[in-house]
Design a protein around this ligand. Structure first.
Ligand code: MG
Length: 245
């Protein structure tokens, strides 16, 4: 199991090997069960500004920076880009609604997986389109000792954001590793697209309501139906990594 997907990944990317030393984690929908809260907040914030937007659209846009999501809605509804002022007003409102929503428990089994990964001397990075000011504190409170501020790419670091490969390429640069030394854990189609375009092995965990086939179509190398399933299969996956030579 998993060896076919790994060998295909090596072959298609023309890499010499696959020997992961770091795992890059997306945040919303991977570490935190926050996507329902984000989806509801997006719909409500845009509605207040007279802009139609559905929860499904929120899930399909997941991973984009707030600014890019808002701009997409303006282009669709008004046929023009959003102004900086409009972006800031809506994003501030959306953040306020999200913070009041309390939809932010941890994804079950993700702490177990992170601890296992840490015990295996693999580095842990966060790569998120989120620009929440409280992001670093939130990670430290919920996952003490597992994340480090130097091993993080957020909305503040990037120009384009997901689905552009930029965030994952930036994390790769920060890590100093080669693309065959990294595994990405994502949940959203645009996040998978970003990571896959960056040439990284991408595991999609389908923690939301979308059909899992969209994650495969976006370029995921493996798709799991829950974090528990990934946690249970982690050793079997790791056994198929190539040894360093
Ligand atoms: Mg996500």
């Amino acid at each position: 199991m998993f060896s076919n997907q790994i060998e295909e990944f090596i072959r298609l990317n023309k890499y010499p090997t696959f020997h992961p030393k770091a795992i890059f984690f997306d945040m919303d929908g991977v570490l935190f069960d926050s996507m329902r809260g984000h989806a509801t907040a997006w719909v409500a914030a845009l509605k207040q500004m007279g802009l139609p937007f559905t929860e499904k659209e929120a899930y399909l846009n997941e991973g984009r920076t707030g600014s890019s999501t808002i701009n997409g809605v303006f282009v669709k509804v008004h046929g023009r880009n959003a102004t900086e002022n409009e972006k800031q007003t809506i994003y501030r409102l959306k953040s306020k609604l999200f913070e009041a929503s309390k939809h932010s428990g941890k994804i079950p089994f993700v702490t177990d997986l992170l601890k296992k990964i840490q015990s295996q001397q693999l580095e842990i990075f966060v790569v998120t389109g989120s620009g929440q000011p409280s992001l670093i504190n939130n990670l430290e409170v919920n996952f003490p000792g597992l994340f480090h501020k130097n091993k993080m790419v957020t909305a503040f670091d990037v120009q384009f954001g997901k689905p552009h490969p930029e965030p994952y390429l930036m994390a790769l640069k920060k890590s100093g590793l080669k693309p065959w030394e990294v595994v990405v854990v994502e949940n959203a189609p645009l996040g998978v697209e970003s990571s896959s375009k960056a040439g990284l092995f991408t595991i999609a965990v389908n923690t939301g309501p979308l059909d899992p086939s969209i994650l495969t179509e976006s370029g995921a190398n493996l798709v799991f139906n829950s974090m528990k399933e990934l946690f249970d299969q982690w050793e079997a996956f790791r056994k198929n990594w190539r040894t360093e030579n």
